[in-house]
Design a protein around this ligand. Structure first.
Ligand SMILES: Nc1nc2c(ncn2[C@@H]2O[C@H](COP(=O)(O)OP(=O)(O)OP(=O)(O)O)[C@@H](O)[C@H]2O)c(=O)[nH]1
Length: 390
């Protein structure tokens, strides 16, 4: 029962705008605390022989409940007016009945915080603050100087109210701060991640490459593109294509070392950054990715989706700038595609350029055999070493 209520409260209303999420979660807590306060006040006012205030508390419990319901149903402004209005009224009545030394006037600060932490316009804030100030001054004017209830000394009442106000204020500020941090972290993560694969997105991957380049960290890059991906989409559906990309992302994460970075920089294009790795290491990582894809191809709806990739490898010491490095890896990827796909190219393009498009001298024997760029890869599941190094 309790867990159902908790789940119901925690679940955000649908279509809640991003900027209102913090408001929703923080105020829900505060409304629940105010509701708890009304419930606690009910017997206290009975003991203090203030049946009218106890009755008012009973009404406020219902008003508080309505406020929580409205807030949960996305009528957050209405809930705000209702809860803060009811708290102002109760504060006013209690101050009037028990005098201005019993500590009820402190609750005006909670209302003030409630007004100023809510996403209200400047005009509304100013008007609400002035109205609240007038209400507070009036309550002090009409309240008696000192009222003793006969049962509880005034200082105890004051201490209780001070404690309640402290708790409300601390909860309010703590929740606001915790939620702000939580959402900021989430937004930062959303902004740096690719939603489909969970890998870094293009911007974050390039930013990392830029950082390593500026710090003069020697680095190898793998520019990787899925072969004939359009055919996967066309033959098996977009969902199968998405799932294949997701599983490639998982495979990359599982293959790479702790400090390496893998990002999805285009539809079916990935960039892998290998800091402090030379060409040999980069080629072996690329080979590992190919062999893993061959031995454990993506699965979708109970069937295998055979996938191969072409990879261009470049090493930082080959280039003068990061742009050059990425372009070199891209050119090598292009050559890998051109030579029949499903292979790694880590050099040789200059010689190839000199020799025009005939690259038979540089290509591995399988390359020369396959040669046909338009055909989908024929030997899924069989990993052949197709690495071209200049
Ligand atoms: N399912 C899915 N498809 C995507 C996504 N992003 C891009 N694509 C598709 O990927 C396909 C890429 O096609 P092409 O650029 O022709 O490349 P290809 O078919 O892989 O051929 P080659 O790269 O030459 O081997 C297009 O059909 C895009 O619609 C995505 O996030 N999900």
């Amino acid at each position: 029962m309790l867990s159902v209520a908790r789940a119901w409260l925690r679940q955000e209303p649908r279509l809640l705008a991003v900027e209102h999420r913090r408001f929703y979660h923080a105020y829900l807590w505060v409304y629940l605390m105010v509701l708890g306060l009304y419930v606690a006040w009910l017997p206290v006012f009975m003991v203090l022989k203030a049946p009218r205030l106890a009755f008012a508390s009973g009404i406020m419990v219902l008003v508080g409940l309505l406020g929580v319901l409205l807030h949960r149903q996305h009528h957050m402004l209405m809930a705000l007016v209702l809860v803060l209005g009811s708290l102002t009224l109760m504060t006013w009545l209690a101050s009037y009945c028990f005098g201005n030394a019993a500590g009820y006037e402190y609750y005006f600060f909670i209302v003030m915080a409630g007004i100023h932490l809510a996403p209200l316009s400047g005009k509304v804030r100013v008007i609400s603050t002035l109205s609240l100030f007038v209400a507070a001054v009036l309550s002090l004017m009409v309240a008696s100087q000192h009222v003793s209830d006969g049962f509880i000394p005034v200082w105890i009442m004051q201490s209780f109210n001070l404690f309640a106000v402290f708790m409300l204020m601390v909860t309010f500020l703590w929740r606001m701060l915790a939620l702000t941090e939580h959402f900021e972290r989430q937004y930062r993560q959303d902004a740096s991640r690719d939603e489909l694969t969970g890998l870094f997105n293009r911007r974050q991957t390039l930013r990392q490459a830029e950082k390593w380049w500026q710090d003069a960290v020697p680095c190898s890059v793998l520019m990787m593109d899925v072969d004939h991906f359009k055919q996967i989409n066309d033959l098996r559906g977009h969902a199968a294509g998405d799932e294949a990309l997701r599983q490639i992302g998982r495979l990359l994460n599982a293959t790479l070392r702790q400090g390496d970075r893998a990002g999805r920089i285009g539809g079916e294009e990935f960039l892998v950054l290998l800091p402090r790795s030379g060409r040999g290491e980069a080629i072996s990582v690329a080979g590992r990715i190919r062999s893993l894809l061959a031995s454990s191809p993506p699965q979708f709806a109970g069937s295998t989706v055979p996938v191969t990739v072409s990879i261009g490898v470049a090493v930082s010491h080959e280039c003068e700038s990061l742009d050059d490095l990425l372009q070199l890896a891209d050119r090598r990827l292009y050559h890998a595609k051109h030579q029949g796909r499903d292979r790694v190219v880590a050099g040789g393009e200059r010689q190839q350029e000199r020799e025009g498009e005939s690259c038979s001298l540089l290509a591995a024997p399988e390359t020369a055999r396959q040669g046909d760029q338009g055909e989908p890869p024929a030997e899924h599941g069989h990993f052949a070493d197709r690495t071209l190094v200049g």
